[in-house]
Ligand binder design. Structure first.
Ligand code: FAD
Length: 450
């Protein structure tokens, strides 16, 4: 007998509950990946990263992986019929798009007397499971994270010693070629190596250094987590094993809890992907029009004249990743200095981040904008100069990404306007005055809340 294992955000073989369930249900497992044109745009770094990861998975399955292009509602039932699989195994998906797609596939399979079997999720605790005493979801992070830890999770499962992959004679589509020159670290082996290196070399200092973009000492596990090249409970078990010895352990597991919290929020509030979660600020006026478009373009391209903002936006364009502190600073600049509604920025981030994730990204944006659950208070407006001086104290991060400021030494890179030679390499002047825009934002918030 053959079962299908349909891979999505779980591109690994270790600690894979759905793989184990598939192996238990049949003699052989056919691994499948569906290239869904609605999700795949190879101009987008996230898609490129996905393709690189699927390629690595194909090698890990010793080329048993069958790739099919199309809508899974057609592709999966047809393939199941072709290979005679009664069950299609998946990791449960809880995003609005993924959950709706899976319901449609499940119905199509059922019409043919076949079954979609969901086991496990991309999270240590599946979205929707952590509830408060009255059975309602948590709206605030700290009590969620406490209950999440109390709930706990199973120990990670080993990679099966032997996997009987099926090799039926069915056609497989080619994976798209990536644009020339694109080199991406991707795949399960790379994720596990990165993680092992971080545990040895990075975790201890993480608690003190994670907010410093100049030091670049965070784990960069966001993309491996996004594609499921490693399961978070594997990571949590490794951290727990070091807990007592490592200062960074507690902080790191709290960051993973943020990822779980935002997935839980999205599960309970699918609309929050693209709409304000909190209604209080629904009347907040935003800017738009040709002049605003010009300012937003300057923000997208890293030409705002605020060095830490420009460094972050350029890192995003070049690397497809940005440090968390700088994500907050640049998001604050768009929403509070340029008065632009957060989905505009969230979409730009999703278009460029390799770790672009609807739950973490869009709720991260809402947190900064003051419209989300557990939001940063609406009156908190990040000052890009103070933030830069505090978290990039020697100006190293700015100089790394903004060549026009490389001639300025130390923290002076954060304030070119204070130096006679600050603009000699054509760095742009600030496009808005931060103090004025801060006052404008506070006035708008006050009016909207009245
Ligand atoms: P580390 O500091 O090493 O953290 C470890 C892991 O914890 C991360 O890989 C991530 O999975 C999780 N984590 C850490 N901080 C957060 C957080 N604030 N929210 C949710 N999970 C977190 N993260 C994404 O994975 N995808 C996104 O699209 C994304 N967009 C964001 C947009 C904004 C405006 C903000 C403020 C944050 C966003 N984040 C996003 C969260 C965070 O910035 C990234 O997870 C982190 O920078 C990834 O780098 P790292 O793996 O080195 O992080």
């Amino acid at each position: 007998t053959t079962a299908i294992l349909w891979f999505r955000r779980d591109l690994r073989l270790h600690d894979h509950p759905a793989l184990l369930a598939a192996l238990e249900s049949a003699d052989e497992v056919l691994p499948v990946f569906v290239l869904d044109p609605r999700l795949l745009d190879t101009a987008v770094p996230r898609s490129q990263r996905l393709v690189a990861s699927v390629r690595s998975l194909a090698a890990d399955t010793r080329d048993a992986l069958v790739v099919r292009r199309g809508d899974p509602v057609d592709v999966i039932p047809r393939l199941a019929r072709q290979v005679g699989a009664r069950q299609v195994h998946v990791t449960r998906e809880t995003t609005p798009f993924g959950a709706a797609r899976d319901r449609a596939v499940e119905r199509a399979l059922a019409d043919d007397d076949r079954e979609l079997v969901a086991t496990g999720t991309p999270y240590a605790v599946g979205p929707g499971i952590v509830l408060n005493g009255s059975g309602a979801p948590y709206k605030v992070f700290t009590p969620f994270s406490r209950a999440w830890r109390q709930h706990g999770w199973p120990a990670p499962a080993e990679r099966p010693a032997r996997i009987a992959w099926a090799h039926p004679r069915v056609a497989s589509d080619d994976l798209p070629e990536l644009p020339d020159g694109i080199r991406l670290e991707a795949g399960e082996a790379a994720a596990r190596t990165r993680w092992a290196t971080f545990l040895d070399d990075g975790l201890d200092a993480y608690g003190d250094e994670r907010d410093r973009p100049d030091l670049d000492t965070t784990s960069r596990m966001s993309a491996p987590l996004k594609y499921g090249e490693i399961h978070p409970r594997t990571m949590l078990a490794d951290i727990a094993a070091r807990g007592a010895r490592s200062k960074g352990a507690g902080t790191y597991s709290t960051e993973l809890a943020w990822r779980e919290f935002y997935a839980d929020v999205l599960h309970h509030n699918p609309r929050s992907a693209w709409h304000d979660l909190r209604p209080e600020l629904a009347r907040l006026p935003y800017d738009s029009g040709a002049e605003t478009d010009r300012l937003v373009d300057a923000w997208r391209e890293g030409r705002t004249g605020y060095p830490i903002v420009d460094a972050g936006m350029r890192q995003l364009l070049e690397e497809g990743w940005m440090h968390n502190r700088v994500r907050m600073i640049t998001a604050s600049f768009l929403t509070k200095d340029l008065h632009v509604w957060w989905p505009v920025g969230a979409q730009h981030f999703l278009d460029h981040l390799v770790d672009g994730d609807i739950a973490s990204n869009n709720h991260g944006w809402q947190w900064v904008a003051g419209t989300g659950t557990d939001a940063s208070p609406y009156f908190r407006v990040f000052n890009p100069v103070t933030q830069g001086r505090k978290f990039d104290p020697d100006g190293e991060y700015v100089r790394r990404w903004v060549p026009e400021l490389r001639h300025l030494t130390g923290a002076s890179a954060h304030e070119p306007w204070k130096h006679d030679n600050g603009y000699e390499k054509d760095y742009p002047q600030p496009i808005v005055d931060h103090d004025d825009e801060r006052k404008e934002t506070l006035a708008r918030y006050e009016r909207a809340r009245r």
